[in-house]
Every structure is written in C-alpha cells, then in structure tokens.
Write a protein that binds this ligand. Structure first.
Ligand code: PLP
Length: 457
C-alpha cells in the first residue's frame, strides 16, 4: 500500500511474520495489505493510519454498545481492583453469582441454571454433553444422537462441529466427528441454487426422523430464527415453534444456540422470544459482554440440572470445566452490558433502526446482481448472484463478496461477507445517524462499484 506510515509498515511486517489468522487463507493474507486496527471509538474502528471506519458487522457479531464505552470500561477497571479471576471449581465468586441471577431473570421461562465457559463453541459443546449425559444419568442409554439443521453453524471445536452442517468449513474434519442426523433448513431461497424448502417440509422431515429414530435422539439443536454463518438464512415464522412442538411430542431436549442471535440482535433480547419458545438448553456468548471479553454461558432447566444430582459414586456429576470458567472481568463486563440495555432503552430503540435497515434492503433488492435480501432484526444478508433471474451464483473463487466489502473500505466501512452474501450487522446500540451513513455506503458500493467488480476479469 503506497504511502503507509512507518507504524503500519512495521505492524504489518510483524503480523505477517508471527500470526496465523482464523478462517483465513494465509497465502492471500501474506500477499495483501490488510487493515490493522489500533483503536475503537463508539461505532468506529480506527486503523494504524488513523483512518476511521464504521464497524458494520459489530466486530464479527459480538459488539453491542460500541467500543470504548465508559460504563463497561469502568466496570472492568473496578473489577480489576478487586480480582481479575478466581476459579469456580470448588469456590464461588461474587460477579459470576450476580450475572447468573441476571441472566436467568431475562432468559426464556424454564431456564434456571447457568454453566459458564469462554466461547460460543464451548457453550455448545457443554449443551451437547449435558444433553447426552442427561439421558445417560436417567438410564436412557440409547439416546445418544443429535439432530441439527443443514448449513447449521455452532462453532469450531470437534463437538460443536459434529452438530454443524457447513461442509465448506467442516467437510475435511468429518472422520473426526460423531454422527449427527440432519434436516434441511427452511428458507425460501438458497444461494447454492438448491430449491426452496418450506417450513412444513422441514418440519415433516424432522418428524419423520424423530419417528424413525425414536428412543435414539438426545436433542435437537437449532439456531433460532436465523442461521447466521450459513449466510443469514432467515427461517419462516412458526418454524421454531414447530421444532419445539416436535421436541416435546417425541420427548427430546431442545437446544437453542443463541450465540449470534442473543442480546438484541434480532429485535428481541433473545430470538426464542419471537415465538415464545422455551428451550431446555440455551447457549450464549458473542454479545454477552458487549463484545469486550471472552465469556459464554449454557443455561438449562431445573429438570436437566436435577438429573445430575446424586452421590459421588453414582457418577452423575457433570465432569466438564474450563480454567477461566466464569471469569470475573468477563462477568463484570457482562453485568455492565446488561445494565446499559436498560439505561439506554436499547430494545425499545430497535424497531426504528430495523425499519431503516429494511427500507435500505428493499431499495437494494432491485439492483443488478442482487439475488436476495433478507434480515431478522439487525442481522441482514444481501446475496450477490451472477444471474438475478435464475439466481445462478458467481463462481466461488471469484470472491465477489470479498471485493465488494473491500470497496467499502475507502468509503469508510468495514464489513466481512460470507461467500457472496454481504453481511450487515450493526451493533444494536448504533445511533441512527451512523447507521444511515453505513447504509449509504452499502448502497453506493452496490450501485456503483459492484457492476465494475463483476465486469472485471
Ligand atoms: C459464532 C457462533 C458460534 C461460535 O462462537 P465462538 O465464540 O466463535 O466459538 C456458535 N454458534 C453460533 C450460532 C455462532 O454464530
């Protein structure tokens, strides 16, 4: 990059020498001039050149109240003066106690217990192991399998990958994974060109599977309402409720992975609320600390909890834990994050922002190469296709989505696509003015740069 300052040059050189970035083809990284972020202010990210960008995807879906939020900063500082971390193995810790009570207060009815960990993947891993052992502890030894949705994403550890359905990310690891049954996910349109799948068809599929495998299934796991990493695939209304109904009918546990959808992202505190769904296990991470620190929680019911009670020699104990489980700094950040939801009336502010976003999406719908636009609250996907009529996708290698996002940078926004789906995920607390600028940048880029990008090569 011409004219970069000395600090940038040095940081880039050191990064390329020592780092291995997640989900990144490092050959491309090494050949490019990636942006190096140094600071954050509100909803802006500032790089080593002093350039300012709107954080258009909430720092990969976790930021809620912005960067450098005085109340969260202070809460972490105050906690730091008390203690940064002490274990939850055999000891209690005040902040983790306070947070557990708050989480249960806002969670869907029926969830009564909080098991902490550090990331979305571990929150899912824990839910899966809990569901499995729940049936073992109750003497149902054959209930060992899970049902998930195709294109599901639940994290990258071996257990969470085992219930994931994204071959692009996970195909190579198949031999390492436990067997899971998959049901097609319901959405009217899909970017790989496969035909539309209605909610009723998916539910029928699920019911057939539950019937056929009766007595073999421990739990059904879903991303409620929207499958994020699959390309912001939004389920038709009623599907989630249908899954819950079938889980009850066939007496299997329901795991709701709210890692992406939780904490206001879909317009409600949790996506399950849209359909008054009460999962047996709920996974939380990403937004839990407002995007500040790695913390996660798996919430469950009294019934699941009770199945693990007994004498030590009954081996009903849940033998799972991580060193940093319930980290006090993370819990302090999470408490401050939840308090800001109230003081800033975040949930009440969402309808206006969602309406603005939806208006922008409606305008984009008619542009050339825009195959589909979809959203659930503030989680939005704009799918770019080669042929608007047939929805024929671009060849993956062409990287149209990545190039469109790159074209947004000089205009002042940082976004990260999923293949050729442009993902827009503004922080729930983003002010209307910044949101409008972000949407204008997306509009302009798709209107003016996209035709140029598609014309190249
Ligand atoms: C991001 C995500 C995860 C994984 O969370 P990590 O903190 O990255 O491990 C799990 N489930 C869903 C639905 C996600 O979007």
């Amino acid at each position: 990059m011409a004219g970069m300052n000395e600090r940038t040059r040095k940081a880039l050189e050191t990064d390329k020498r020592y780092l291995w970035h997640p989900f990144t083809q490092m050959a491309d990284w090494l050949a490019g001039d990636p942006v190096i972020i140094e600071r954050g202010e509100g909803f802006m990210l500032i790089d080593t050149e002093g350039r300012r960008y709107i954080d258009g995807v909430s720092s990969l879906w976790c930021n809620i109240h912005g960067h450098g939020v005085p109340q969260i900063n202070q809460a972490i500082r105050d906690q730091l003066d008390r203690i940064a971390h002490s274990t939850l193995l055999g000891l209690g810790q005040t902040r983790s106690i306070e947070l557990a009570e708050k989480l249960i207060r806002i969670a869907p009815e029926g969830l009564e217990k909080v098991f902490y960990s550090d990331s979305g993947a571990t929150a899912v891993e824990i839910a899966v192991k809990m569901a499995y052992q729940y049936w073992q502890n109750r003497g149902h030894e054959t209930r060992t399998k899970f049902i998930a949705l195709r294109e599901a994403y639940h994290g990258d550890t071996v257990g969470s990958v085992s219930v994931g359905g994204m071959d692009l990310f996970h195909g190579i690891f198949r031999p390492l994974l436990f067997e899971t049954y998959y049901v097609p996910s319901p959405h009217p349109y899909r970017f790989d060109g496969t035909p539309a799948q209605c909610a009723e068809c998916s539910l029928e599929n699920l019911e057939n599977l539950l019937k056929k495998q009766e007595g073999q299934i421990a739990a059904v796991i879903v991303e409620p309402r929207v499958q994020g990493a699959a390309g912001i695939l939004v389920h038709p209304a009623g599907f989630l409720k249908g899954v819950e109904r079938l889980a009850r009918k066939y007496n299997v546990l329901l795991i709701a992975d709210e890692v992406a959808t939780g904490f206001g992202r879909t317009g409600r505190m949790f996506a399950c609320e849209h359909e008054d769904v009460r999962p047996d296990l709920m996974c939380l991470a990403k937004g839990i600390t407002g995007g500040y620190l790695p913390l996660a929680a798996t919430l469950t019911t009294q019934a699941v909890f009770d199945a693990f009670l007994g004498q030590a020699e009954e081996y009903k104990t849940f033998y799972h834990g991580h060193t940093y489980t319930g980290n006090a700094l993370g819990c302090a950040a999470a408490l401050a994050c939840l308090e800001l939801f109230e003081t800033n009336s975040i949930l009440a502010s969402l309808p206006e922002k969602i309406a603005l976003l939806e208006q922008c999406l409606a305008e984009l719908k008619d542009l050339p190469y825009v195959g589909d636009v979809r959203n659930c609250g503030l989680m939005a996907g704009i799918e770019l296709v080669r042929n608007k009529k047939t929805k024929e996708p671009f060849v993956y290698k062409k990287g149209v989505g990545a190039r469109v996002c790159a074209a947004m940078r000089p205009r002042g926004a940082l976004l990260r696509p999923l293949s050729d789906v442009i993902v827009l995920m503004p922080a729930p607390a983003m002010d209307i003015k910044t949101l409008q600028i972000l949407l204008d940048i997306v509009q302009e880029t798709l209107r003016y740069d996209l035709p140029i990008i598609t014309g190249e090569q």
